[in-house]
Design a protein around this ligand. Structure first.
Ligand code: AMP
Ligand code: ZN
Length: 468
């Protein structure tokens, strides 16, 4: 499998450090609100990388953090008059719900920054011992000049950056030795959460959190590190500096970054009023549609979100779902079970679509082409399956469409249990209507069910139902 590596600016063949195993770290959200649809992009994209690696037989150790100490969380907690912990715990829970609805698998570990402070203090101490960090009145900085490779990920010209930021030093706003130095530990401010450290009471800088959590749960040297492209500089550049100076090893071998999501071709922002949470979109669409939309573009390209695009994504996904549901129906109704010779020949063509999907995914996760392969298979199924098909034939087609969609984490099978539960609920509602002598409503429900092919029978043991 080839992956585009931001570090080398090339598509490279993926070779894991340990055969058959992948270690992968994805920077997670700061939990001060419901996640927005921009945050959903790295979640869906890198969940798809993970699923594809697992599909290829790798054992994937997938770590994604929650940043649960941050200025925005503190601000929200002050506004609400509750603790920062209450705010972060609430939104971690909500985030996990959104992830489940987008069919994003829970990480192997979801560490939280506030639970890992000891590790952060230990890493900062090591950096100080090695001369890579210095303390100025309770603020600890990383000495970027000492790390010669600083800037290797973002390919930035550091001297330009340095002179651009020099004004900070001149104005005396900062006590840093170099404008590029960044904070590892900051002293507490009144009313903020704090921890005791050798440099006084305070809290960690954002970048050190990820270096520590990646090291603790994955090791000093990992295969893949990922996040949105806005994190390349300074966040990921700083993570590399901290980890490599502390551990003396290459931190991550493949750096993957997703492009940004815009709304109606503009940057998403609260002030422009074009800001959507995943939860808001979930009120209008099944979040499988959002997943489908995200995967219909290449992960490194910018993607534009609009009402029209969501509508066309919904219709496109529906085409797969309908094909699967028709095949289920044909399988139930099939007069013969065994494959005919002609069907056997047709089935021999199926691996072509799987191969197309794999080739697309192997080429730096080309999910758009992978989806096209699924549509070709859907078309093949729609053309070749009919009332005269055998049960074995339509079942094989259905299984393959479901399996290929599953590689992308797309759920295309209407769950039988869900349907059954829905029917039971409607029957209960009808019984309640009858009890209330609302026969009009009771008849309406019976007709609605009939339209779905469900026949009700009133028996002495109660209401029974069967499919027509
Ligand atoms: P944050 O909570 O801001 O730290 O962001 C969490 C993740 O979402 C990071 O990987 C960001 O790069 C990513 N992200 C934030 N906004 C967008 C956006 N509009 N499009 C794509 N990714 C985004
Ligand atoms: Zn990070």
């Amino acid at each position: 499998m080839k992956l585009y590596n931001t570090l080398t600016k090339k598509k490279e063949e993926f070779v894991p450090l340990q055969e058959g195993k992948v270690t992968m770290y994805v920077c997670g959200p700061t939990v001060y609100n419901f996640i927005h649809i921009g945050n959903a992009r790295p979640m869906i994209v890198f969940d798809t990388v993970r699923r594809y690696m697992e599909y290829k037989g790798y054992e994937v150790n997938f770590v994604s953090n929650f940043t649960d100490v941050d200025d925005k969380i503190i601000k929200k907690s002050i506004e609400e008059g509750v603790s920062a912990e209450e705010v972060s715990e609430r939104y971690i829970k909500e985030c996990k719900k959104d992830m489940a609805d987008m069919n994003v698998k829970p990480a192997t570990t979801h560490p939280q920054a506030t639970q890992e402070i000891d590790g952060m203090i230990a890493m900062i101490e090591t950096l100080m011992e090695k001369g890579y960090a210095y303390d100025v009145n309770g603020t600890v900085y990383f000495r970027t000049r000492k790390f010669e490779e600083y800037g290797k990920l973002s390919h930035k010209n550091l001297d330009d950056l340095r002179s651009g930021n020099r004004s900070l030093l001149v104005s005396g706003e900062d006590q840093k030795e170099d404008p590029m130095d960044f904070v590892l530990w900051k002293p507490k401010k009144e009313g903020e959460p704090f921890w005791v450290s050798p440099w006084g009471e305070g809290r960690p800088g954002w970048h050190i959190e990820c270096s520590v959590m990646a090291k603790k749960y994955l090791g000093e040297e990992i295969d893949i590190h990922a996040g949105g492209e806005d994190l390349i500089f300074p966040h990921h550049e700083n993570e590399i500096a901290q980890s490599e100076c502390c551990n003396g090893k290459t931190f991550a071998h493949y750096w993957l970054h997703n492009g940004f999501l815009n709304i109606d071709n503009r940057k998403m922002s609260k002030s422009l009023g074009n800001f959507f949470t995943v939860r808001e979109i979930g009120e209008q669409y099944d979040l499988q549609v959002l997943r489908f939309f995200m995967l219909s573009a290449h992960y490194r390209s910018p993607i534009n979100f609009s009402r029209e695009i969501m509508e066309s994504s919904k219709n496109a996904l529906e085409r797969i779902v309908t094909a699967v549901s028709n095949l289920t129906h044909l399988a139930q109704e099939a007069a013969v079970d065994v494959l005919s010779d002609a069907e056997e020949k047709l089935l021999a063509e199926i691996p072509v679509y799987r191969k197309k999907l794999e080739d697309a995914m192997d080429d730096d996760l080309n999910t758009a082409d992978a989806i096209s392969a699924i549509f070709e298979l859907v078309k093949f199924a729609n053309t070749n399956a009919n009332d005269a098909s055998s049960g074995a034939f339509v079942t094989a087609l259905k299984k393959e469409i479901v399996a290929l969609s599953d590689v992308l984490g797309l759920q295309v099978e209407k769950k039988e249990e869900n349907l059954d539960a829905e029917i039971e609920k409607m029957i209960e509602e009808r019984q309640a209507a009858r009890k209330a002598r609302d026969f009009k409503r009771a008849d309406e429900i019976r007709d609605e069910l009939l339209a779905q092919g469900i026949i009700l029978e009133d028996t002495r043991e109660g209401v029974k139902w069967k499919r027509a």
